[in-house]
Design a protein. Structure first.
Length: 628
């Protein structure tokens, strides 16, 4: 015992017992103001109950975490007589259980992880139900009381009948009768040769331990049997003994604590945590994780339904609400040609004949207005430009078309005279257009309707005159598009990119959520202590996520390409491969978010923020704009 405070001497020397756990010169420093272990030495004899006592925050959990391999010392050696993972049973201070699993599912998950057969698990589960007075094993963990949950957690540690049991405050929140019964069982375990390290806040309860380790200030003040300890301190209770030892530690030297750990030589070749070689990847552990993930999803049926309803609803509403060309847009018309002739409104007979040789009876302005009408535009007639412009500014119309007087005559002159056309005819044959471009998409649509309307009505008018329609076209001919079609709408273009977006961010959300839930509840740490490796977590998540991803994508594609009949011209293999890779990318990013974030709020910000940012940088929104 290197760490017994000065002035203390052992009153008796206990018989030597082979140690099951030994800690030497343990140092753990969280930061320079928080040195938790200061060269601590501890020896736990085999086949005994070792009660680790000390005030709150003295480092008991930190020490146990290092012993079970959950955390690493900064310096020192840890030796545990355990050759395989199954040799150790650990009950952490926090419950660290999946709330949405039943008691039996929890036992099956941890049991299978430690290579237990289903029959043995069921047998042990029955024994533990009696031993720990557990409720029926089909009860969900979340529906249990705090004390019942704690007993399930203890059950997980006992399930595989380990030879070393490390229990961090197993009796907190239990009634005295149950605590007493648990201690009796611990005593019988020790009689069977098992080694038990137990921490407790109920100091007197620890009298039943074979050895007491009294911890304070990062070292052990004493390590001996309760009776010897009380005798040496002239105390009648362990509490008195602890107070006496604490007082002696205080009065002997105030600087001892710091000196102890500073004098240590930091050895590079130390076992700073439990080292059990349980492989880089084992299929049985991955299957366990898969079983747990599937059970968790199955227990949360509303969430499962939501997972598959979300892509359906999203794609459905996208198709209903976005990307269709707006109909019934209003356009203001000021037709001075019509006013000049005093013949009321435009009628079909005004644009039946050939305008080149009958400029008195034919009104080309009416032909143009009719073309705009046939493009589902609502025509609003005004007498003058000022009033019409005010209407556009009031948002009554998306644009204004102004036809000058003698429009048809000047247009005919422009075609007949060609290069000899007077500048007055050029001016009077030109339609003036003011378009509201405050909404880029609608403004551009009105603009293109105006341009193509002009081209089409001129084509029709020239056909009436037996002249080739090409004469009225701008001298460029657009051939069949290489990809897409002439009448591609926004939805046709955007459907693929929306699909990619869903395929990316749904796995991000699900993966980050699952990882964070397990991390925050301490479940991940408990799984790691039981031997689970990160590779297995990744692989099992990958299998589950990809299955969900495939179903979600199939739902989205059905809505997009079957129900709403958007064009699909791609090669099936490439499409599936790309969507799968996008899903995988989302999943990996979800892992990253789960790993770096400490809480859900940060994860939500990171997930949503990065999603928008990535949509910008990958060109999705940019190309939407171009399309519009
Ligand atoms: N991850 C961590 N980062 C920083 N400090 C930590 C961390 N974990 C524990 N500590 C600090 O280490 C000290 C010892 O904590 P620990 O949980 O080991 O104490 P304990 O003796 O188990 O306390 P209790 O009996 O209340 O559970 C405390 O001051 C605690 O704040």
């Amino acid at each position: 015992m290197d760490d017994i405070a000065p002035g203390l001497t052992a009153v008796d020397t206990p018989p030597f017992r082979e140690p099951a756990v030994m800690v030497r010169d343990a140092v753990k420093i969280y930061d320079k103001n928080n040195v938790v272990l200061r060269g601590l030495n501890m020896t736990v004899p085999k086949g005994q109950i070792y009660g680790l006592l000390g005030p709150s925050g003295c480092g008991k959990t930190t020490l146990l975490s290092a012993i079970v391999g959950r955390s690493e010392l900064d310096s020192g050696d840890i030796m545990v007589k355990a050759f395989k993972r199954e040799d150790i049973g650990y009950m952490p201070q926090d419950l660290n259980l999946h709330e949405h699993l039943t008691i039996l599912q929890t036992f099956k998950f941890y049991g299978r992880m430690l290579n237990m057969s289903t029959e043995t698990i069921l047998e042990r589960a029955n024994d533990l139900m009696t031993l720990l007075e557990l409720p029926p094993n089909d009860r969900l963990i979340e529906s249990l009381s705090g004390g019942q949950q704690r007993r399930v957690s203890l059950g997980v540690a006992l399930l595989h009948n380990p030879i070393i049991l490390i229990l961090d405050e197993p009796t907190v929140g239990l009634d005295p009768v149950l605590s007493h019964s648990i201690w009796n069982h611990l005593i019988s375990f020790a009689a069977q040769g098992k080694t038990i390290i137990i921490t407790t806040h109920y100091i007197e309860e620890a009298r039943q331990a074979n050895t007491i380790g009294m911890m304070r200030g990062g070292v052990l003040l004493a390590e001996e049997s309760p009776d010897m300890l009380m005798a040496r301190c002239n105390a009648v209770t362990l509490e008195e003994a602890f107070l006496s030892l604490s007082h002696k530690q205080e009065t002997s030297t105030n600087t001892k604590i710091d000196d102890t750990y500073k004098k240590l030589t930091y050895s590079k070749k130390t076992n700073k945590k439990l080292n059990i070689d349980d492989g880089f990847f084992r299929t049985n552990r991955m299957n366990c994780l898969l079983y747990k993930n599937v059970s968790l999803l199955w227990q949360q049926k509303p969430f499962l339904g939501f997972l598959f309803l979300l892509p359906l609803v999203q794609t459905y509403f996208f198709n209903l609400a976005i990307g269709h060309d707006p109909k019934g847009l209003s356009i203001a018309i000021v037709n001075k040609e019509l006013q000049q002739r005093h013949i009321g409104e435009c009628k079909p007979e005004f644009y039946q004949g050939c305008f080149l040789n009958n400029t008195h009876d034919v009104l080309m302005s009416c032909a143009y207005v009719e073309k705009m009408h046939s493009k589902s535009m609502k025509i609003l007639n005004y007498n003058d430009v000022d009033t019409a412009l005010k209407a556009v500014k009031r948002n009554d119309a998306w644009g204004l078309l102004y036809f000058p007087t003698n429009y048809t005559t000047s247009l005919a002159a422009r075609f007949v005279n060609a290069t000899r056309t007077s500048s007055l005819d050029v001016e009077l044959s030109t339609v003036n257009a003011w378009i509201d471009l405050s909404n880029q998409y609608i403004g551009n649509m009105v603009k293109s309707s105006v341009i193509y309307g002009m081209q089409q009505y001129l084509g029709d008018a020239l056909t009436n005159c037996n002249v080739s329609t090409k004469v009225g076209n701008i001298p460029i001919l657009f051939k069949t598009p290489i990809y897409g079609s002439v009448d591609t709408t926004f939805i046709h273009y955007a459907s693929a990119s929306i699909l990619c977006l869903c395929c990316y961010y749904l796995p991000v959300l699900l993966t980050a959520g699952l990882i964070l839930t397990e991390k925050k509840g301490g479940i991940m740490e408990r799984m790691m202590v039981s031997g689970i490796k990160f590779t297995e977590v990744m692989a099992s998540s990958c299998v589950m996520q990809m299955t969900i991803h495939a179903i979600q994508t199939a739902i989205s594609m059905y809505v997009m390409y079957v129900h709403f009949d958007n064009p699909y011209n791609g090669d099936h293999f490439t499409t599936v491969l790309i969507l799968l890779l996008i899903g995988m990318e989302g999943m990996i990013f979800g892992f990253l978010i789960g790993a770096v974030c400490k809480d859900f709020v940060f994860a939500a910000y990171l997930g949503a923020g990065s999603n928008i940012m990535m949509s910008f940088t990958c060109g999705e929104f940019f190309s939407w704009n171009w399309c519009s």
